[in-house]
Design a protein. Structure first.
Length: 546
Protein backbone atom coordinates (compact mmCIF):
# COMPACT_ATOMS: atom_id res chain seq x y z
CA UNK A 1 0.00 0.00 0.00
CA UNK A 2 1.92 3.06 -1.17
CA UNK A 3 2.06 6.09 1.10
CA UNK A 4 3.15 9.60 0.28
CA UNK A 5 2.58 13.13 1.54
CA UNK A 6 -0.74 14.52 0.34
CA UNK A 7 -0.52 17.41 -2.11
CA UNK A 8 -0.75 20.75 -0.35
CA UNK A 9 -0.45 24.40 -1.16
CA UNK A 10 1.86 24.70 1.86
CA UNK A 11 5.41 23.54 1.21
CA UNK A 12 5.80 22.59 4.88
CA UNK A 13 8.63 25.03 5.44
CA UNK A 14 6.82 28.16 6.46
CA UNK A 15 7.73 29.98 9.61
CA UNK A 16 11.04 31.06 11.11
CA UNK A 17 12.56 27.57 10.94
CA UNK A 18 11.80 26.93 7.28
CA UNK A 19 15.05 28.26 5.86
CA UNK A 20 17.13 26.21 8.27
CA UNK A 21 15.35 23.02 7.25
CA UNK A 22 15.77 23.83 3.57
CA UNK A 23 19.50 24.12 4.22
CA UNK A 24 19.48 20.77 5.98
CA UNK A 25 17.72 19.18 3.02
CA UNK A 26 20.09 20.71 0.49
CA UNK A 27 23.06 19.40 2.47
CA UNK A 28 21.67 15.87 2.75
CA UNK A 29 22.88 12.93 0.67
CA UNK A 30 21.80 13.67 -2.93
CA UNK A 31 21.09 10.00 -3.60
CA UNK A 32 18.13 10.12 -1.22
CA UNK A 33 17.47 9.15 2.37
CA UNK A 34 19.09 6.00 3.67
CA UNK A 35 16.95 3.43 5.49
CA UNK A 36 16.50 4.21 9.19
CA UNK A 37 19.00 2.32 11.33
CA UNK A 38 17.64 0.11 14.09
CA UNK A 39 17.91 0.84 17.80
CA UNK A 40 21.29 -0.84 18.34
CA UNK A 41 22.87 0.91 15.38
CA UNK A 42 21.44 4.22 16.54
CA UNK A 43 22.93 3.83 20.03
CA UNK A 44 26.31 3.11 18.45
CA UNK A 45 25.94 6.18 16.23
CA UNK A 46 25.08 8.36 19.25
CA UNK A 47 28.00 6.97 21.27
CA UNK A 48 30.37 7.81 18.42
CA UNK A 49 28.91 11.31 18.13
CA UNK A 50 29.37 11.93 21.86
CA UNK A 51 32.94 10.60 21.74
CA UNK A 52 34.03 13.00 19.02
CA UNK A 53 31.89 15.96 20.08
CA UNK A 54 33.66 19.25 20.62
CA UNK A 55 30.46 21.00 21.62
CA UNK A 56 26.94 19.88 22.54
CA UNK A 57 25.08 16.85 21.17
CA UNK A 58 21.28 16.68 21.23
CA UNK A 59 18.79 13.83 20.98
CA UNK A 60 15.19 14.25 19.88
CA UNK A 61 12.83 11.37 20.68
CA UNK A 62 9.77 11.56 18.42
CA UNK A 63 6.70 9.61 19.62
CA UNK A 64 3.60 9.36 17.43
CA UNK A 65 0.44 10.26 19.34
CA UNK A 66 -2.40 7.70 19.34
CA UNK A 67 -0.72 5.57 16.70
CA UNK A 68 -2.63 2.52 17.93
CA UNK A 69 -5.82 4.20 16.72
CA UNK A 70 -4.43 4.13 13.16
CA UNK A 71 -3.63 0.44 13.46
CA UNK A 72 -7.02 -0.34 14.95
CA UNK A 73 -9.06 1.65 12.45
CA UNK A 74 -7.10 1.15 9.22
CA UNK A 75 -5.12 -2.03 9.79
CA UNK A 76 -1.47 -2.78 10.47
CA UNK A 77 -0.48 -2.45 6.81
CA UNK A 78 -1.69 1.15 6.79
CA UNK A 79 0.12 1.75 10.07
CA UNK A 80 3.37 0.39 8.65
CA UNK A 81 3.00 2.58 5.57
CA UNK A 82 2.42 5.63 7.75
CA UNK A 83 5.55 4.85 9.80
CA UNK A 84 7.57 4.56 6.59
CA UNK A 85 6.27 7.93 5.42
CA UNK A 86 7.18 9.53 8.76
CA UNK A 87 10.68 8.02 8.50
CA UNK A 88 11.13 9.44 4.99
CA UNK A 89 9.94 12.87 6.07
CA UNK A 90 12.31 12.86 9.03
CA UNK A 91 15.23 11.65 6.91
CA UNK A 92 14.58 14.37 4.36
CA UNK A 93 14.72 17.01 7.07
CA UNK A 94 18.09 16.15 8.65
CA UNK A 95 21.55 17.02 7.45
CA UNK A 96 24.23 14.52 6.50
CA UNK A 97 25.93 14.78 9.90
CA UNK A 98 22.73 13.90 11.79
CA UNK A 99 20.97 10.56 12.03
CA UNK A 100 17.40 9.29 12.21
CA UNK A 101 16.63 5.86 13.68
CA UNK A 102 13.68 3.73 14.68
CA UNK A 103 13.60 3.50 18.47
CA UNK A 104 10.38 1.63 19.18
CA UNK A 105 7.10 0.58 17.62
CA UNK A 106 6.01 4.17 17.03
CA UNK A 107 9.10 6.10 18.10
CA UNK A 108 12.01 7.64 16.24
CA UNK A 109 15.21 9.25 17.44
CA UNK A 110 17.06 12.10 15.77
CA UNK A 111 20.71 12.54 16.76
CA UNK A 112 21.86 16.12 16.19
CA UNK A 113 25.60 16.69 16.37
CA UNK A 114 27.05 20.06 17.31
CA UNK A 115 23.62 21.23 18.52
CA UNK A 116 22.80 22.93 21.81
CA UNK A 117 19.62 22.73 23.84
CA UNK A 118 18.06 25.93 22.50
CA UNK A 119 18.65 25.02 18.85
CA UNK A 120 17.46 21.46 19.46
CA UNK A 121 14.23 22.73 21.00
CA UNK A 122 13.61 25.06 18.06
CA UNK A 123 14.31 22.25 15.59
CA UNK A 124 12.00 19.89 17.50
CA UNK A 125 9.19 22.44 17.27
CA UNK A 126 9.68 22.65 13.51
CA UNK A 127 9.72 18.86 13.13
CA UNK A 128 6.52 18.63 15.14
CA UNK A 129 4.82 20.99 12.68
CA UNK A 130 6.40 19.27 9.68
CA UNK A 131 5.20 15.83 10.73
CA UNK A 132 1.70 17.11 11.44
CA UNK A 133 1.10 17.79 7.76
CA UNK A 134 -1.33 15.32 6.14
CA UNK A 135 -0.37 12.00 4.54
CA UNK A 136 -2.24 10.04 1.85
CA UNK A 137 -2.76 6.42 2.84
CA UNK A 138 -4.54 4.34 0.22
CA UNK A 139 -6.20 7.46 -1.15
CA UNK A 140 -7.36 8.72 2.26
CA UNK A 141 -5.96 11.68 4.17
CA UNK A 142 -4.36 10.72 7.45
CA UNK A 143 -3.07 13.15 10.02
CA UNK A 144 -0.88 12.33 12.98
CA UNK A 145 0.61 14.46 15.73
CA UNK A 146 3.85 13.77 17.56
CA UNK A 147 5.20 14.41 21.04
CA UNK A 148 8.92 15.16 21.15
CA UNK A 149 11.37 14.94 24.03
CA UNK A 150 14.65 16.83 23.80
CA UNK A 151 17.87 16.18 25.73
CA UNK A 152 21.26 17.78 25.17
CA UNK A 153 24.68 17.23 26.70
CA UNK A 154 27.86 19.27 26.40
CA UNK A 155 31.12 17.65 25.37
CA UNK A 156 32.52 18.18 28.85
CA UNK A 157 29.58 16.51 30.61
CA UNK A 158 30.62 12.93 29.80
CA UNK A 159 27.02 11.73 29.52
CA UNK A 160 26.79 8.14 28.14
CA UNK A 161 24.61 7.48 25.11
CA UNK A 162 22.15 5.35 27.10
CA UNK A 163 21.69 8.11 29.68
CA UNK A 164 21.10 10.80 27.05
CA UNK A 165 18.50 8.59 25.36
CA UNK A 166 16.86 7.96 28.71
CA UNK A 167 16.65 11.70 29.35
CA UNK A 168 15.05 12.26 25.95
CA UNK A 169 12.58 9.45 26.70
CA UNK A 170 11.71 11.05 30.05
CA UNK A 171 11.10 14.38 28.32
CA UNK A 172 8.97 12.68 25.65
CA UNK A 173 6.82 11.06 28.34
CA UNK A 174 6.32 14.47 29.92
CA UNK A 175 5.34 15.86 26.51
CA UNK A 176 2.74 13.13 25.99
CA UNK A 177 1.22 13.73 29.42
CA UNK A 178 0.87 17.42 28.60
CA UNK A 179 -1.31 16.67 25.58
CA UNK A 180 -0.99 16.06 21.86
CA UNK A 181 1.72 17.68 19.79
CA UNK A 182 3.89 18.93 22.65
CA UNK A 183 7.66 19.42 22.93
CA UNK A 184 9.49 19.13 26.25
CA UNK A 185 13.16 19.58 27.15
CA UNK A 186 14.87 17.52 29.84
CA UNK A 187 16.31 19.78 32.55
CA UNK A 188 18.73 18.42 35.11
CA UNK A 189 17.96 19.56 38.63
CA UNK A 190 20.77 21.73 40.07
CA UNK A 191 23.07 19.55 42.14
CA UNK A 192 21.26 16.38 41.09
CA UNK A 193 22.03 13.59 38.69
CA UNK A 194 19.82 11.52 36.45
CA UNK A 195 20.34 8.55 38.75
CA UNK A 196 19.12 10.58 41.75
CA UNK A 197 16.01 11.63 39.87
CA UNK A 198 15.17 8.03 39.05
CA UNK A 199 15.83 7.11 42.65
CA UNK A 200 13.39 9.78 43.83
CA UNK A 201 10.85 8.63 41.28
CA UNK A 202 11.16 5.07 42.60
CA UNK A 203 10.86 6.22 46.22
CA UNK A 204 7.92 8.59 45.78
CA UNK A 205 5.04 6.04 45.56
CA UNK A 206 6.25 4.26 48.71
CA UNK A 207 6.68 7.61 50.48
CA UNK A 208 3.09 8.53 49.67
CA UNK A 209 1.83 5.17 50.89
CA UNK A 210 3.91 5.30 54.07
CA UNK A 211 2.94 8.86 54.96
CA UNK A 212 6.47 10.23 54.61
CA UNK A 213 5.13 13.35 52.93
CA UNK A 214 3.24 16.00 54.84
CA UNK A 215 1.62 19.35 54.18
CA UNK A 216 2.43 22.71 55.69
CA UNK A 217 0.19 25.74 55.53
CA UNK A 218 1.00 29.35 54.71
CA UNK A 219 -1.53 32.06 55.56
CA UNK A 220 -3.10 34.26 52.90
CA UNK A 221 -3.58 37.64 54.56
CA UNK A 222 -5.82 40.61 53.91
CA UNK A 223 -3.31 43.43 53.56
CA UNK A 224 -5.50 46.14 55.07
CA UNK A 225 -6.13 44.32 58.37
CA UNK A 226 -3.75 41.36 58.68
CA UNK A 227 -6.76 39.03 58.86
CA UNK A 228 -6.16 35.49 57.60
CA UNK A 229 -8.59 34.88 54.75
CA UNK A 230 -7.16 31.56 53.56
CA UNK A 231 -4.29 29.11 53.60
CA UNK A 232 -2.22 27.46 50.90
CA UNK A 233 -1.20 23.82 51.30
CA UNK A 234 2.48 23.17 50.47
CA UNK A 235 3.92 19.65 50.22
CA UNK A 236 7.08 18.64 52.11
CA UNK A 237 9.10 15.42 51.85
CA UNK A 238 11.74 14.41 54.40
CA UNK A 239 13.67 11.76 52.48
CA UNK A 240 15.51 9.17 54.61
CA UNK A 241 18.77 9.72 52.69
CA UNK A 242 18.51 13.17 51.10
CA UNK A 243 16.81 14.97 53.97
CA UNK A 244 14.28 17.75 53.40
CA UNK A 245 13.62 18.06 49.68
CA UNK A 246 12.28 21.29 48.19
CA UNK A 247 8.93 20.85 46.45
CA UNK A 248 10.46 21.96 43.16
CA UNK A 249 12.63 18.83 43.22
CA UNK A 250 10.10 16.10 43.83
CA UNK A 251 7.19 17.84 42.09
CA UNK A 252 9.36 18.04 38.98
CA UNK A 253 10.21 14.34 39.32
CA UNK A 254 6.52 13.53 39.68
CA UNK A 255 5.73 15.47 36.50
CA UNK A 256 8.44 13.77 34.46
CA UNK A 257 7.68 10.25 35.64
CA UNK A 258 3.88 10.34 35.51
CA UNK A 259 3.38 10.41 39.28
CA UNK A 260 1.95 13.94 39.39
CA UNK A 261 -1.73 12.85 39.38
CA UNK A 262 -1.06 10.52 42.32
CA UNK A 263 0.75 13.30 44.20
CA UNK A 264 -2.05 15.78 43.49
CA UNK A 265 -4.72 13.38 44.72
CA UNK A 266 -2.81 12.78 47.93
CA UNK A 267 -2.29 16.54 48.46
CA UNK A 268 -5.95 17.43 47.92
CA UNK A 269 -7.34 14.67 50.14
CA UNK A 270 -4.81 15.33 52.91
CA UNK A 271 -5.43 19.08 52.77
CA UNK A 272 -9.20 18.57 52.99
CA UNK A 273 -8.71 16.26 55.98
CA UNK A 274 -6.44 18.81 57.69
CA UNK A 275 -8.87 21.62 56.92
CA UNK A 276 -11.72 19.70 58.54
CA UNK A 277 -9.65 19.36 61.74
CA UNK A 278 -8.66 23.05 61.72
CA UNK A 279 -12.23 24.21 61.20
CA UNK A 280 -13.55 21.89 63.92
CA UNK A 281 -10.91 23.20 66.36
CA UNK A 282 -11.63 26.84 65.50
CA UNK A 283 -8.01 27.38 64.48
CA UNK A 284 -9.03 29.25 61.33
CA UNK A 285 -11.74 31.76 60.51
CA UNK A 286 -14.94 30.00 59.41
CA UNK A 287 -14.77 31.44 55.90
CA UNK A 288 -11.03 30.84 55.32
CA UNK A 289 -10.30 29.28 51.92
CA UNK A 290 -8.00 26.35 51.16
CA UNK A 291 -5.68 26.59 48.15
CA UNK A 292 -4.07 23.48 46.65
CA UNK A 293 -1.86 23.14 43.60
CA UNK A 294 -2.76 21.14 40.50
CA UNK A 295 -0.19 19.87 38.01
CA UNK A 296 -0.44 20.13 34.23
CA UNK A 297 -1.05 16.38 34.06
CA UNK A 298 -4.36 16.68 35.87
CA UNK A 299 -5.69 19.08 33.28
CA UNK A 300 -5.79 16.08 30.96
CA UNK A 301 -7.38 13.81 33.60
CA UNK A 302 -11.09 14.48 33.89
CA UNK A 303 -11.54 11.68 36.45
CA UNK A 304 -10.05 13.84 39.21
CA UNK A 305 -12.80 16.39 38.74
CA UNK A 306 -15.42 13.66 39.07
CA UNK A 307 -14.08 12.87 42.53
CA UNK A 308 -13.60 16.39 43.91
CA UNK A 309 -17.23 17.11 44.89
CA UNK A 310 -17.41 13.93 46.97
CA UNK A 311 -14.14 14.72 48.72
CA UNK A 312 -15.19 18.25 49.70
CA UNK A 313 -18.63 17.07 50.86
CA UNK A 314 -17.10 14.43 53.14
CA UNK A 315 -14.66 17.02 54.55
CA UNK A 316 -17.49 19.47 55.21
CA UNK A 317 -15.82 22.20 53.14
CA UNK A 318 -18.07 24.24 50.84
CA UNK A 319 -16.91 24.04 47.22
CA UNK A 320 -16.53 27.82 47.13
CA UNK A 321 -13.77 27.67 49.75
CA UNK A 322 -11.54 25.31 47.74
CA UNK A 323 -9.12 27.18 45.44
CA UNK A 324 -7.40 25.10 42.76
CA UNK A 325 -4.12 26.75 41.78
CA UNK A 326 -2.84 26.03 38.29
CA UNK A 327 0.22 27.65 36.79
CA UNK A 328 -0.11 29.89 33.78
CA UNK A 329 2.26 27.62 31.82
CA UNK A 330 0.23 24.48 32.63
CA UNK A 331 -2.98 26.11 31.43
CA UNK A 332 -1.43 27.30 28.18
CA UNK A 333 -0.05 23.86 27.26
CA UNK A 334 -3.55 23.03 26.03
CA UNK A 335 -5.63 26.15 26.59
CA UNK A 336 -8.83 24.98 24.91
CA UNK A 337 -8.99 21.67 26.78
CA UNK A 338 -8.02 23.37 30.05
CA UNK A 339 -10.77 25.96 29.56
CA UNK A 340 -13.40 23.21 29.20
CA UNK A 341 -12.29 21.44 32.39
CA UNK A 342 -11.92 24.65 34.36
CA UNK A 343 -15.37 25.83 33.30
CA UNK A 344 -16.71 22.54 34.58
CA UNK A 345 -15.02 23.14 37.94
CA UNK A 346 -16.46 26.64 38.15
CA UNK A 347 -19.95 25.29 37.50
CA UNK A 348 -19.40 22.99 40.48
CA UNK A 349 -18.57 26.04 42.59
CA UNK A 350 -14.79 25.68 42.97
CA UNK A 351 -12.44 28.67 42.74
CA UNK A 352 -9.65 28.78 40.12
CA UNK A 353 -6.43 30.73 40.64
CA UNK A 354 -3.82 31.26 37.93
CA UNK A 355 -0.54 30.74 39.77
CA UNK A 356 2.79 32.44 38.98
CA UNK A 357 1.00 34.93 36.74
CA UNK A 358 3.35 36.90 34.51
CA UNK A 359 6.01 34.19 34.15
CA UNK A 360 4.35 32.10 31.42
CA UNK A 361 3.16 32.85 27.93
CA UNK A 362 -0.59 33.33 28.08
CA UNK A 363 -2.25 35.80 25.77
CA UNK A 364 -4.91 38.21 26.93
CA UNK A 365 -7.32 36.56 24.49
CA UNK A 366 -6.93 33.24 26.32
CA UNK A 367 -7.09 34.97 29.69
CA UNK A 368 -10.44 36.46 28.71
CA UNK A 369 -11.87 33.00 28.03
CA UNK A 370 -10.60 31.28 31.19
CA UNK A 371 -12.97 31.06 34.19
CA UNK A 372 -10.38 32.16 36.75
CA UNK A 373 -11.27 33.83 40.04
CA UNK A 374 -7.79 35.03 41.09
CA UNK A 375 -4.44 36.06 39.65
CA UNK A 376 -1.45 35.20 41.84
CA UNK A 377 1.37 37.66 41.24
CA UNK A 378 4.63 35.76 41.00
CA UNK A 379 7.20 36.33 43.75
CA UNK A 380 9.85 37.21 41.16
CA UNK A 381 8.02 40.51 40.60
CA UNK A 382 7.03 41.11 44.22
CA UNK A 383 10.56 40.61 45.56
CA UNK A 384 11.88 43.53 43.51
CA UNK A 385 9.11 46.12 43.81
CA UNK A 386 10.94 48.14 46.47
CA UNK A 387 14.10 48.36 44.35
CA UNK A 388 12.98 48.13 40.73
CA UNK A 389 10.56 50.63 39.18
CA UNK A 390 9.77 48.27 36.32
CA UNK A 391 8.81 45.45 38.70
CA UNK A 392 6.57 47.87 40.60
CA UNK A 393 4.92 48.99 37.37
CA UNK A 394 4.29 45.36 36.33
CA UNK A 395 2.69 44.54 39.67
CA UNK A 396 0.53 47.68 39.45
CA UNK A 397 -0.60 46.59 35.98
CA UNK A 398 -1.49 43.08 37.18
CA UNK A 399 -3.50 44.48 40.10
CA UNK A 400 -5.37 46.80 37.72
CA UNK A 401 -5.95 43.93 35.28
CA UNK A 402 -7.39 41.76 38.04
CA UNK A 403 -9.68 44.58 39.15
CA UNK A 404 -10.87 45.19 35.58
CA UNK A 405 -11.61 41.46 35.15
CA UNK A 406 -13.45 41.28 38.46
CA UNK A 407 -11.05 38.73 39.99
CA UNK A 408 -8.86 38.80 43.08
CA UNK A 409 -5.14 39.65 43.05
CA UNK A 410 -2.88 37.78 45.48
CA UNK A 411 0.77 38.78 45.85
CA UNK A 412 3.19 35.94 46.59
CA UNK A 413 6.51 36.05 48.40
CA UNK A 414 6.00 39.20 50.48
CA UNK A 415 8.93 39.45 52.88
CA UNK A 416 9.28 43.09 53.96
CA UNK A 417 7.07 45.84 55.34
CA UNK A 418 8.08 48.02 52.39
CA UNK A 419 6.70 45.48 49.93
CA UNK A 420 3.46 45.22 51.92
CA UNK A 421 3.11 49.01 52.00
CA UNK A 422 3.60 49.28 48.27
CA UNK A 423 1.03 46.55 47.64
CA UNK A 424 -1.50 48.24 49.93
CA UNK A 425 -0.94 51.48 48.06
CA UNK A 426 -1.65 49.68 44.79
CA UNK A 427 -4.95 48.38 46.24
CA UNK A 428 -3.79 44.77 46.17
CA UNK A 429 -6.17 43.13 48.63
CA UNK A 430 -4.36 39.96 49.72
CA UNK A 431 -0.85 38.56 49.98
CA UNK A 432 1.21 35.75 51.46
CA UNK A 433 4.84 35.35 52.44
CA UNK A 434 7.41 35.25 55.21
CA UNK A 435 6.38 38.70 56.48
CA UNK A 436 3.59 36.94 58.37
CA UNK A 437 5.57 33.82 59.18
CA UNK A 438 6.67 30.59 57.49
CA UNK A 439 4.43 27.73 56.45
CA UNK A 440 3.65 25.47 59.43
CA UNK A 441 2.33 21.90 59.82
CA UNK A 442 -1.25 21.34 60.87
CA UNK A 443 -0.17 20.23 64.34
CA UNK A 444 1.38 23.62 65.07
CA UNK A 445 -1.90 25.35 64.24
CA UNK A 446 -3.93 22.93 66.34
CA UNK A 447 -1.58 23.23 69.35
CA UNK A 448 -1.02 26.97 69.07
CA UNK A 449 -3.24 30.04 69.10
CA UNK A 450 -4.35 29.46 65.50
CA UNK A 451 -4.94 32.17 62.93
CA UNK A 452 -8.29 33.58 63.98
CA UNK A 453 -6.77 36.94 65.01
CA UNK A 454 -5.04 39.37 62.63
CA UNK A 455 -1.38 38.50 62.09
CA UNK A 456 1.27 41.08 62.83
CA UNK A 457 3.98 41.79 60.30
CA UNK A 458 7.32 40.39 61.41
CA UNK A 459 10.06 42.90 62.14
CA UNK A 460 12.59 43.26 59.33
CA UNK A 461 16.09 44.61 59.45
CA UNK A 462 15.24 47.73 57.43
CA UNK A 463 12.59 48.92 59.89
CA UNK A 464 13.34 52.09 61.81
CA UNK A 465 11.29 53.67 64.52
CA UNK A 466 9.81 57.08 63.76
CA UNK A 467 11.18 60.02 65.68
CA UNK A 468 8.57 62.72 66.35
CA UNK A 469 9.45 66.37 66.42
CA UNK A 470 12.02 66.17 63.62
CA UNK A 471 13.13 69.61 62.42
CA UNK A 472 12.07 70.14 58.83
CA UNK A 473 14.44 71.10 56.08
CA UNK A 474 13.89 74.38 54.25
CA UNK A 475 11.04 74.06 51.81
CA UNK A 476 8.74 72.00 54.10
CA UNK A 477 6.61 69.05 53.03
CA UNK A 478 6.32 69.90 49.36
CA UNK A 479 10.09 70.11 48.96
CA UNK A 480 10.51 66.74 50.68
CA UNK A 481 7.94 65.07 48.44
CA UNK A 482 9.53 66.56 45.35
CA UNK A 483 12.91 65.22 46.43
CA UNK A 484 11.36 61.77 47.08
CA UNK A 485 9.97 61.65 43.55
CA UNK A 486 13.23 62.86 42.09
CA UNK A 487 15.16 60.08 43.80
CA UNK A 488 12.59 57.50 42.65
CA UNK A 489 12.87 58.68 39.04
CA UNK A 490 16.61 58.17 39.33
CA UNK A 491 15.95 54.49 40.07
CA UNK A 492 16.86 54.43 43.77
CA UNK A 493 15.56 51.61 45.97
CA UNK A 494 12.91 52.39 48.60
CA UNK A 495 15.19 52.02 51.62
CA UNK A 496 17.91 54.05 49.89
CA UNK A 497 15.42 56.89 49.28
CA UNK A 498 14.45 56.87 52.96
CA UNK A 499 18.10 57.00 54.02
CA UNK A 500 18.86 59.81 51.56
CA UNK A 501 15.88 61.92 52.70
CA UNK A 502 16.97 61.53 56.31
CA UNK A 503 20.57 62.38 55.48
CA UNK A 504 19.48 65.51 53.62
CA UNK A 505 17.35 66.66 56.54
CA UNK A 506 13.90 66.12 55.07
CA UNK A 507 11.05 64.79 57.19
CA UNK A 508 7.62 63.36 56.54
CA UNK A 509 4.51 65.58 56.49
CA UNK A 510 3.96 64.43 60.10
CA UNK A 511 7.41 65.70 61.07
CA UNK A 512 8.99 62.25 61.50
CA UNK A 513 11.98 60.46 60.03
CA UNK A 514 11.42 58.76 56.72
CA UNK A 515 10.67 55.05 57.09
CA UNK A 516 10.91 52.89 53.93
CA UNK A 517 7.24 51.94 54.30
CA UNK A 518 6.23 55.62 54.21
CA UNK A 519 8.24 56.09 51.01
CA UNK A 520 6.63 53.01 49.51
CA UNK A 521 3.14 54.17 50.43
CA UNK A 522 3.55 57.56 48.78
CA UNK A 523 5.07 56.11 45.62
CA UNK A 524 2.31 53.50 45.21
CA UNK A 525 -0.34 56.16 45.82
CA UNK A 526 1.20 58.17 43.01
CA UNK A 527 1.01 55.20 40.66
CA UNK A 528 -2.65 54.62 41.52
CA UNK A 529 -3.52 58.27 40.96
CA UNK A 530 -1.85 58.25 37.58
CA UNK A 531 -3.65 55.05 36.58
CA UNK A 532 -7.04 56.44 37.60
CA UNK A 533 -6.50 59.64 35.65
CA UNK A 534 -6.18 57.51 32.52
CA UNK A 535 -5.01 59.40 29.48
CA UNK A 536 -5.06 62.86 31.08
CA UNK A 537 -1.69 64.56 31.25
CA UNK A 538 -0.39 64.75 34.84
CA UNK A 539 -0.14 68.28 36.18
CA UNK A 540 2.06 67.99 39.25
CA UNK A 541 2.63 66.51 42.69
CA UNK A 542 2.80 62.73 43.03
CA UNK A 543 0.97 62.27 39.72
CA UNK A 544 4.18 63.24 37.98
CA UNK A 545 5.72 59.90 38.91
CA UNK A 546 7.22 58.18 35.88
Amino acid sequence: MPTSPCPSDDDGERGPRGTAVQERRRSADPTGPAPCPDRAALVDRLAAALARAERSTAVLLVDLDHFRVVNASRGHAAGDSLLSAVAVRLSDAVSGSDAVGRFGDDEFVVVCEDTGEHSAHAYACFLRNLLAEPYCVDGDTVRVTVSIGVAAAGAEAGVPAAELLRRADTAANAAKRAGEGQVRVFHQEPGGTGAERYELAADLPAALAAGDLHLEYQPVVELASGTVVGVEALARWVHPEHGLLPPSTFVGVAELTGLAPQLDRWSIRQALSDMARLRAAGALPAKASLAVNLSASNLADASLFDELPGWTTRAGLPAGLLVLEITETAIMQNAEFAARLLNRLRRLGFQIAMDDFGTGYSSLAHLRDLPITALKIDRSFVSDIAEDRDALAIVAWIVDLAEAMGVAAVAEGVETAEQAALLRGLDCATAQGWLWGPAVPVGALLDGPGWTSPLAERTVSTARAGTPGRVRADGGDAHGLSRLLELHREGMAIDTIATALDAEGFCTPAGRRWHPSAVARLISQGIRRRARRGARRPTGGLSRLR
